[in-house]
Design a protein around this ligand. Sequence first.
Ligand SMILES: [Zn+2]
Ligand SMILES: [Zn+2]
Length: 279
Amino acid sequence: MAGDGCLLVMVVDLHPQLAEQESNVHNYLSACISFANIHLAANVKNTLAVIAANHLETRFLYPQITGKTVDRQKDGRLELLCQVDESIERELRNMIVPDPKADQTESLISGAIGRGLLYIKRQETEDVLGKKVHARILVVKISLDTGSQYLNYINTYLTAQKISTPLDVCVIGSDCGLLQQGADISGGYYHCVQEVSELLQCLILMYQADVVTRKKLNVPPPDSVDYRAACFCHRTLVDMGNVCSNCLSVYCKAVPLCTTCNVIFQTDRPLMKIVKKKK
Ligand SMILES: [Zn+2]
Ligand SMILES: [Zn+2]
């Protein structure tokens, strides 16, 4: 696998919460860009895509769809790495904006993962020899999550599993149960670091090796996965809930009607009878 090179799709969280922690922004972004550089420098056949997600949009930072001309290298660096850095930096400036109203929102990580999966699929279909592209996705997440994209996440995880693309996840700060499920479902690796300063070290030690090599490394054992589902009414993770027998939608409390498939639940509870009489 190593001889064929690997396509790494990085999904980088750029939620406005990041702009508030000024001391961390530089470390966070430079860790992400350095890791992208390391991946490209490790094997001449390695390729890269970087997708950023904030609460409003997802955007390809690299490669750029509009082929802008890049200055030739000046400092003796590999030209490709120089292009990657400039392209990412240019787009980052447009995306990081402080937004005081954004606290209640979450980054569109699931959308970015979806775009990453499509990008991988497109590389495969455009390959002249029709070869399978060895690809993996790495999600770096720093903002808090609310579970509002539960279904989108699960759909991308199942797609990743189907096209055998591992989804690696590195979160900073508090654990993210939803992304942990994704790593487990797709055969990727999940790890949570406490401080931004630990990020680059963690990325190099644990996420740089491909999936085959990783099995030979002595990495920390995976935590037990939190497989709770999010209810469809409040988008919060629930320990115990009601499930629609028709479409498997999850509700945190008994509801008279499934909002997903419009099935009316047949129960003998007096509450239901009162509701029907009113109609
Ligand atoms: Zn609920
Ligand atoms: Zn239903």
